[in-house]
Write a protein that binds this ligand. Structure first.
Ligand SMILES: [Zn+2]
Length: 485
């Protein structure tokens, strides 16, 4: 294979990874990648089941001498989060990602890279197509639509699977063996809105260049959420005596599980551009100062977009929209008392969008404690119902509880130490992994999640470490070789 990663070793891993980045594979759009993988696997002479959703289960029989070792399941997801910079005109349904390397890092120009979880796909394809490896019987599971509520793992039929061990390849830090994860659910609050005809000048208030990040693994970093800040800005703007405005729309964020980096509110007012713009920037200045350390690049601008008659929200609807944005809980809600530094319960207002008749906000709610998750869902439901709207739940998935005894984890810790002369760490994460769902279907599984170093996952700044990708592959190959019971 030739390409920008062609010089990197292991060649098969980076070769497959580059091929994967050429095939569009955002959540809900994984058919092409699923077919590509099925082809690679069948061309290697292996059996591969593809279900209607596009999930794949490939089997590679045990190498000589490993016939009596329990089956190992390797697992990762096919879909990636499609995020791009505001300036980018990348078409995620058609275009290949534009790969770049810099020092030890691989990234894609202006878009997410899909190292999450393309690297798992590349690892599995490399292992499946390499006839020289020594390992027990392998079941490689490629799931679709993990990023939009673990839909593939949820729908997966595991009746043909015999694995006793599960190595999930969806972690983002080398030498960290994840042994527990949070459960989650998406909550959509839908508020009906009324409109009235209003005359005036129309402006867009645009907020942009926040850091964003993964709503699970980065929720504790103190990054601001653009949607929440816009609610605050609109509220404080309304408090200014001379500032009356009608809200036309409020839209921001693209994914419930990404911290919103930008948003836009459209308003109508009698105030002239200069005064209105000055008022907005005055209110914003207070917010900007508060966040100057965590969000130094955050920016707000006011853009005139028209004049004349327009259907803006009635004062009552507008108040409800702003009330909802101000009063909803957001961010970290509780930290774990047993695992230091672990977020136990959180939520993220990832998307807000406005249509003619409705204002919708979408949350990603997470907790490793099922009752705490339910309590947050109840609060979101109570608030929206109080305002005359409704809450809808999607993609509820269970957490993965820590197991004090794990033969697989012990073997992994030992192998890591033997190979690299350093201690691996056993941790829990505040993000969803498919392990919870797979364990629900195969309760006897002994599971651990690993992966190479990645940064900025779910943002256009996502990047994957080359040396770490190599190191984790070396570890995986050695581990499979050394699992003998
Ligand atoms: Zn992932």
């Amino acid at each position: 294979m030739s390409g920008i990663l062609a010089h990197l070793k292991p060649e098969n891993v980076f070769g497959y990874f580059e091929e994967i980045t050429k095939i569009p594979h955002g959540s809900g759009d994984t058919k092409r990648l699923s077919d590509y993988c099925a082809n690679v696997i069948r061309n290697a002479g292996l059996s591969c089941q593809q279900d209607e959703m596009g999930n794949l289960i490939a089997v590679k029989e045990a190498a000589k001498g490993y016939e009596n070792v329990p089956t190992v399941m390797l697992q990762g997801h096919l879909d990636m989060v499609n995020e791009k910079t505001t300036e980018s005109n990348h078409d995620f349904s058609l275009d290949s990602l534009e790969l770049k390397t810099e020092g030890d890092w691989i990234f894609a120009k202006d878009t997410t890279l899909g190292g999450d979880d393309g690297i798992a796909v590349a690892y599995m394809l490399a292992i499946l197509s390499d006839p020289d490896l020594k390992h027990p019987r392998l079941e490689c599971v490629f799931t679709v639509d993990e990023e939009v509520g673990l839909l593939g793992a949820n729908g997966l039929d595991v009746s043909s699977c015999r694995a006793r061990y599960l190595i999930n390849l969806d972690n983002e830090e080398e030498g960290i063996f994840i042994s527990s994860c949070a459960g989650g659910v998406r909550v959509d609050q839908i508020l009906p809105i009324q409109r009235m005809e209003t005359e005036g000048k129309q402006y867009e208030i645009q907020m942009d260049h926040l850091k964003g990040g993964h709503s699970g693994s980065e929720i504790h970093k103190g990054h601001a959420n653009a949607n929440i800040l816009m609610g605050r800005l609109l509220y404080e703007l309304g408090l200014k005596e001379d500032e009356g405005f009608g809200l036309i729309s409020c839209d921001g964020g693209q994914k419930d599980n990404a911290i919103s980096r930008s948003c836009t509110a459209k308003v109508v007012t009698e105030t002239d551009y200069e005064t209105f713009s000055k008022n907005v920037l005055e209110v914003f200045e207070g917010i900007r100062k508060e966040y100057r350390h965590t969000e130094p690049d955050m920016e707000v601008k006011v853009v005139p977009v028209g004049e004349g008659n327009v259907w803006s929200m009635t004062p009552s609807s507008q108040m409800k929209v702003i009330f909802l944005l101000r009063m909803n809980p957001n961010g970290v809600q509780a930290m774990s008392h047993t695992m230091k530094g672990l977020v136990e319960t959180s939520l993220n207002l990832g998307i807000m969008k406005t249509t003619e008749e409705e204002f919708t906000v979408c949350f990603s709610v997470r907790s490793s404690v099922e009752s705490a998750k339910l309590d947050l869902v109840n609060r979101l439901t109570l608030l929206i119902e109080f305002l005359g709207g409704e809450a809808y739940l999607h993609g509820d998935y269970p957490g993965w509880e820590y197991q004090p005894q794990s033969r697989l984890r012990e073997k992994m810790v030992q192998t890591w130490k033997d190979l690299f002369h350093e201690e691996a760490k056993v941790e829990a994460i505040h993000a969803g992994l498919e392990c919870g769902l797979l364990l629900g279907k195969m309760p006897w599984l002994d599971a651990v999640s690993i992966g190479p170093n990645m940064e900025g996952v779910h943002t256009p700044k996502e990047r994957l470490s080359i040396s770490s990708t190599r190191k984790c592959y070396e570890f995986l190959i050695r581990l499979l070789e050394e699992i003998r019971e």
